[in-house]
Design a protein. Sequence first.
Length: 150
Amino acid sequence: MRWFGPEFDSGDVDQDAVIADYRRHVAQLGARASDSIGELLHTHLHDARVRQWAMDGTVFTWSLVIGDLERGYEQVTIEYRDATLRSATTAELIDFDLCDPEHELVSDEIDAVAGGPRLEQRFAFWPGFTFAIEFSDVGMAREPIRDRSA
């Protein structure tokens, strides 16, 4: 994780400065991104729970429950196209059990991959599991739901 790694979590860095830097970064990415990438950049995944996921060839798809009491809840399905897993294998995702209700997505960040138009989204899960997906495009679908357990 470039912005929201262990140093951020422990408070060893100025968290306000890191957040401001990441917001500037997202604004720069968004200025040249497709509509679908722009939507992903502005989707708040903090505390998300994974309902299901699959890696089928070069397409990684997952459905997550996102939101909170204040904003409301929704199930979002994200399909990463031309995807490559980074920092973990599908076997490691299975072993960690992304769909375990005790495992929450603590933080995520999106960055450009050096030397090309691809992006990488990095994820940190509780307790202590990280991985990333490198991709070229995404598709997203959203559905409002009653609550986190719906």
